[in-house]
Design a protein around this ligand. Structure first.
Ligand code: BDP
Length: 701
């Protein structure tokens, strides 16, 4: 009721001319503007009938349909028990063995007189209802309605890096959504909107706290708070998971050890699991960052990652819970190549994990850089389900000031062929379990949400949350289609304007890579803040936290030699992949400097020398960012004014920051190449010293 009244309130506010602050994300349900279409919808949809048992999930489905249709059609569409001869939305469970063969799948069709949402389960009905609403929101014709879909990946999770004090690690959209001090007694109405939004894109799980985890989440005091969140999320088919601190027994119960082979420690985890499940019967399981960046783990007790994961897995197994053990580890060894570390530690453990353990691997071997080749573990651990970890929050892609449509980056990784079982063993087919026949499989995205009214800091980057969900459901979807769906639901249904926005989005990742880290460069950003350029960073707490470690610029050339003659990290990939990448003549230019140290004057297949190509990329990237602003400004007066100017402001900032990156990187690399920036480009009229000071300002206390 509370929710409905809020919704009506927003409708009234809108009708009164108040602008859109982005809160409603892609679930806007604004009145259909086209009179003919509105008429068609109104005559084709007059009631809703649930022809299945009422459960929490079907109740959510019906509630969402009622609210959505009220907005879209501008009139109340009630739910009824009575069959109608026509214009009814009927939600029913279809027989097993029928057209739908997946427990989360759905079918939404229009027959002669009614609209049918069919699924094997109440969860499928919920997803089908959202699919119908999305279809209507995009102003598609009723007579052509035929949607059939089922997810290819089983666990589709958000990971929140949210801390108990309300801050978010690498969060750029305000503070945490979870108000731990108010929970469990005063749940924020926003939790339901969070859950609805996730369900609308098929996300079925959420890890609510940071991987750098506080032990307090496992205390009874906090578990009760987590249970309050879980009780809301559950109504939308979302399971709740926790990141755990490996040494929790020492914090919470005075244990002297957290050794995973110690019987008392094992017993502690079993009892803890029992306690969690008594409060949260459908609890999902644990996410673990261990022996990584100072977090404790089994290696502190001379045990392996498998020992640690299996202890937890055993405690959760009787309750149906799982462990997601992260492979993001890299020892401080200045002589090693960080790109090989995680592979070297985890590959030998293949086959040693219990059945309810997944190893969660970041998309690339370093750390969520603007572009990385796929992580060499994909395809290399056939006996272990590998879960994908993408980062939706833009830690290394300009925070919430740059509009970067990450779907293209995700897709590039998902489509990469590992060749682990011959051609076609793409990363998508590894993580969905097809290649190595894993029933348990999953994908996670580090969330970009926060307490900002528009949830993501940048309204344009709401699309990344959306696209993550869509690709998690079906990694084979085309990113252009996803962008279009999102734009039509979020910004405009005008086809010409949709095209303008889609063009910006579709070039945005490539442009960002060009003005930040073109040609395979990586990890040259501002120290610790991970914002702005700092390619000159040569000293840090660890060698592999500097920039010079990665770009290796010298008087001869640029790039990290990871070939046989260098760090040999290329050898971690399948021979077919190595064959493409080992030769600087054949490697796709986007990965060139990731794997090769290339002479400044070397001619590339573009006809330019490396130096010329580098200049071209930096200038072109920054120019395109400026072009995004211009293209956007053509939309003035055609979009909601508040959304228009919010994004316009961000694009101005992005343009400025793109030039900051361009100027810093080119002036710095020029100190090695000693070559002029071709005169055809506008002259850089600031000094390297000024630019060095700039990033320092952002880092200053
Ligand atoms: C790095 C972040 C750090 C995270 C870490 C992780 O800078 O804040 O804790 O990843 O994924 O990218 O554990």
């Amino acid at each position: 009721m509370k929710y409905l009244s809020f919704f009506i309130f927003s409708l009234v506010m809108q009708a009164a001319g108040y602008a859109d602050d982005g809160y409603r994300l892609w679930l806007k349900y604004d009145l259909i503007e086209d009179p003919a279409l509105l008429k068609m919808y109104r005559s084709g949809i007059r009631s809703i009938r649930l022809q299945a048992a009422e459960t929490a999930l079907t109740a959510s489905a019906v509630r969402e349909l009622t609210t959505g249709l009220m907005g879209l059609l501008g009139k109340a569409i009630n739910s009824t028990n009575k069959p109608a001869s026509s214009a009814q939305i009927i939600l029913s469970l279809s027989p097993p063995g029928g057209v739908i063969n997946h427990e989360e799948g759905y079918r939404v069709v229009k027959d002669k007189s009614n609209i049918r949402i069919e699924a094997l389960t109440d969860r499928g009905l919920l997803y089908g209802s959202f699919a119908l609403l999305a279809y209507l929101q995009q102003a598609r014709p009723l007579h052509a309605l035929h949607l059939e879909s089922s997810p290819k990946i089983k666990l589709r999770l958000l990971n929140h890096w949210d801390n108990p004090n309300g801050t978010i690690e690498r969060g750029y959209a305000g503070s945490s959504l979870w108000k731990w001090y108010d929970l469990p007694d005063q749940p924020d109405p926003r939790y339901r909107d969070y859950a609805r939004t996730n369900a609308s894109i098929g996300i079925n799980g959420t890890v609510v706290n940071n991987v750098n985890a506080s032990a307090r989440f496992l205390s009874r005091e906090y578990l009760v708070k987590v249970a309050a969140l879980a009780s809301i999320f559950r109504q939308y088919g979302i399971k709740t998971y926790l990141s755990i601190r490996f040494t929790a027994p020492t914090y919470l119960d005075g244990f002297k050890t957290a050794d995973p082979l110690d019987p008392a420690v094992r017993q502690w985890w079993k009892e803890k699991a029992g306690e969690i499940y008594s409060l949260i019967p459908d609890f999902g399981g644990f996410l673990v960052k261990a022996n990584s960046e100072g977090e404790p783990g089994p290696q502190d007790y001379n045990r392996t990652h498998a020992d640690g994961a299996n202890m937890l897995a055993e405690a959760l197994a009787t309750h149906g819970g799982i462990v997601m053990w992260r492979a993001f580890v890299y020892k401080a060894n200045p002589n090693n190549d960080r790109a090989s570390e995680s592979y070297n530690e985890f590959k030998p453990l293949d086959g040693q994990f219990l059945d309810n353990v997944l190893v969660q691997v970041k998309n690339g071997p370093i750390d969520f850089q603007p572009r990385e080749p796929f992580h060499p573990l994909f395809g290399a651990m056939p006996r272990t389900p590998l879960m994908m970890e993408f980062q939706i929050t833009q830690e290394y892609l300009g925070f919430a000031t740059h509009w970067v449509y990450l779907a293209n980056m995700f897709k590039e990784v998902l489509d990469s062929d590992t060749y682990s079982k011959g051609p076609g063993s793409t990363v998508a087919r590894i993580i969905d379990g097809t290649v190595d026949r894993h029933k348990l499989n999953g994908i996670a995205g580090v969330a970009n949400t926060g307490s900002d009214r528009n949830w993501c800091g940048h309204i344009g980057n709401q699309a990344n949350w959306y696209a993550f969900g869509r690709l998690a459901w079906d990694p084979d979807l085309q990113t252009g289609f996803i962008a279009e769906d999102w734009i039509r639901m979020t910004l405009t249904r005008n086809t010409a304007d949709v095209d303008v926005i889609k063009k910006i989005m579709m070039d945005s990742h490539e442009a960002c890579v060009d003005y930040m880290t073109p040609l395979g460069l990586h990890h040259i950003m501002g120290e610790s803040i991970h914002f702005g350029p700092q390619p000159w960073l040569a000293r840090s707490g660890r060698a592999d936290w500097t920039s010079t470690y990665y770009h290796r610029a010298d008087s001869i050339g640029l790039g990290f030699d990871r070939t046989e003659g260098g760090s040999k990290a290329i050898g971690l990939y399948a021979p077919e992949v190595q064959a493409q990448w080992k030769d600087p003549e054949t490697i796709p230019l986007k990965y060139l400097l990731w794997f090769h140290h290339v002479n400044w004057n070397k001619k590339l297949n573009t006809g330019n020398t490396l130096w010329e190509e580098l200049c071209k990329r930096y200038y072109s990237g920054a120019d395109r960012a400026a072009g995004f602003l211009k293209a956007w400004q053509n939309l003035q007066g055609r979009l909601d004014p508040e959304i228009y100017s919010a994004i316009e402001g961000k694009l101005k900032r992005q343009g400025w920051e793109a030039e900051w990156w361009r100027d810093s990187c080119l002036l710095y690399f020029q100190t090695f190449s000693k070559l002029p920036i071709p005169g055809s480009y506008p002259k850089i009229n600031r000094s390297l010293d000024e630019l060095k000071q700039l990033v320092r300002l952002y880092q200053m206390r």
